[in-house]
Design a protein around this ligand. Structure first.
Ligand SMILES: Cc1cc2nc3c(=O)[nH]c(=O)nc-3n(C[C@H](O)[C@H](O)[C@H](O)COP(=O)(O)OP(=O)(O)OC[C@H]3O[C@@H](n4cnc5c(N)ncnc54)[C@H](O)[C@@H]3O)c2cc1C
Length: 446
């Protein structure tokens, strides 16, 4: 087979393919991916509760068909850059003109004794694997989740839904979600999780997984053993770049593929990379960062697809915007938290505000929104924002991301003309993003 553009990977790879199609309608685009069916990765925790199974959490292939992107189901096992040839596991070969690596990431499996016991699962983005975990979970009584990041917390929340099982989250840091949120938001999220009956153990490290063939308990550093007939590992992911390395592409931070601001690899002008497998620079520091999010992956994919034959877009770096929901309360962050800004030694001003997400606040289902904004003291530029509240904050945080990307100041945000409606938003008098900025203006000027 021969193609103009060959994309390896079925998630941000789709976006890269679509972007290429938009910019270069005459090019032949082929996408190779390992799986028969691609799951929505961010929806994986919801397979175990809200959506009821992996079949309800898939990305339809229709998008590829309607955009004339040819799908090949198979695993790429070698890349010969000199001859521009990719070989698949079944022996098929594909000649390309431009190649895009979108091979993603793999879940981290910690080298803890006993980690290879039965019933210990890392979160692979694989339909059949996750379906078998769902099946196993039917007979589980004591589920232990190692890692209280957003994946672990979402799993804990979802796995209790419709199941009378003991769920314990074990987190080495002093709070769940501490890598993502400031302490006050972590405490709020933990309180919501505790309400569901999930047990949380923070500041403790797992020393071993005990049991015979299958896991029966999780041994902590202080010798305590927590009963477990299933363990889920949610401790992070690592770039999937073995194939890239074999192809001779230069790897950088945490073995991610080194790319420039155009998503072109350092090594080969005909090879691009995007998503979890590609190295990222922080928007704020310009230094490499290990953050892996679908928002970043798809942004990079749009850039990579557009830049294949001419320079269209430039990557501004990873802002890191994400949201989650714990027992009905949503938490979201764009950019830096106060803790991260202080760790970078930045001189900052904080502005905080709260308001109900309807006006009057007594409307049915009204929820209190809490906003915390972080500004650079010298310039007044917004560098981060955290929000908790109801579903609306999932989009409010995207407003903050846009403000951050365009380096808006507290002064700019004070002048925001926000659309409001009694049933849909906070009051224009109390709009918490604006009011938090208002509170920061004087301290910034002092
Ligand atoms: C449980 C979970 C929840 C998450 N929730 C969120 C969230 O709420 N918000 C958010 O922003 N991010 C979230 N993320 C992170 C997000 O899913 C990733 O950042 C995103 O999936 C990265 O996309 P990607 O295309 O780079 O990689 P991946 O999603 O890992 O996709 C890689 C693709 O490449 C294919 N592939 C790999 N090697 C080969 C090969 N040799 N040949 C052919 N195909 C190959 C794979 O099969 C796969 O299709 C979550 C992740 C997980 C695991």
């Amino acid at each position: 087979m021969q193609t103009d553009v060959l994309v390896l990977g079925g998630l941000s790879g789709i976006t890269a393919g679509l972007s290429c199609r938009r910019h270069y309608p005459d090019k032949k685009v082929v996408l190779v991916r390992k799986e028969g069916t691609v799951l929505i990765p961010c929806g994986i925790p919801y397979i175990y509760g809200t959506v009821g199974g992996p079949q309800n959490n898939v990305i339809p292939d229709g998008l590829l068909e309607t955009n004339n992107i040819e799908l090949v189901k198979g695993e790429a096992v070698s890349v010969d850059r000199e001859h521009k040839l990719v070989t698949l596991k079944d022996g098929e070969t594909i000649l390309y003109d431009k190649l895009v690596f979108a091979t993603g990431s793999l879940p981290l499996v910690p080298p803890i004794p006993g980690v290879d016991k039965k019933n210990i699962y890392a979160i692979k983005k694989d339909f059949n694997y996750l379906d078998s975990v769902l099946d196993e979970m039917k007979s589980v009584k004591d589920l232990v989740i190692v890692g209280g990041g957003f994946i672990g917390v979402e799993f804990a929340d979802e796995c209790r839904k419709g199941r009378d099982i003991n769920v314990t989250v074990i987190e080495a840091l002093s709070h769940c979600l501490q890598m993502a949120l400031d302490d006050e938001f972590c405490a709020e999220a933990e309180a919501k999780l505790l309400e569901t009956g999930v047990k949380i153990m923070t500041g403790v490290k797992v020393e071993a997984f005990v049991g015979d063939e299958a896991v029966s308990g999780v041994k902590l550093a202080d010798g305590t053993v927590i009963k477990a007939d299933m363990v889920i590992l949610g401790i992070g992911a690592t770039p999937n770049t073995e194939l890239a390395q074999k192809a001779g592409l230069e790897l950088g931070f945490r073995n991610a593929i080194k790319v420039d601001r155009y998503m072109q690899t350092y090594t080969d002008p005909n090879v691009f990379a995007c998503g979890d497998c590609a190295e990222k620079q922080s928007f704020f520091t310009g230094r490499p960062t290990g953050v892996m999010l679908a928002s970043i992956a798809t942004s990079e994919a749009r850039i990579a697809g557009a830049n294949l034959y001419s320079t269209v877009h430039q990557n501004c770096g990873a802002i890191s915007v994400f949201s989650t929901i714990v027992n009905g309360r949503a938490f979201a962050v764009a950019g830096l938290t106060e803790r991260q800004a202080r760790q970078y030694g930045m001189n900052i001003v904080i502005g905080k505000a709260e308001a109900p997400d309807t006006h009057p606040g007594g409307m049915p289902n009204s929820t209190l929104i809490k906003v915390k904004l972080v500004f650079a003291k010298e310039t007044g530029v917004l560098i981060g924002g955290s929000i908790s509240g109801g579903k609306s904050i999932g989009e409010m945080v995207n407003v903050l991301s846009a403000c951050i990307m365009h380096r808006m100041t507290a002064d700019d945000i004070v002048k925001f003309q926000m659309g409001t409606h009694p049933a849909l938003t906070s009051s224009p008098i109390a709009y918490p993003i604006v009011n938090a900025a208002c509170k920061a203006v004087l301290p910034i000027r002092q």
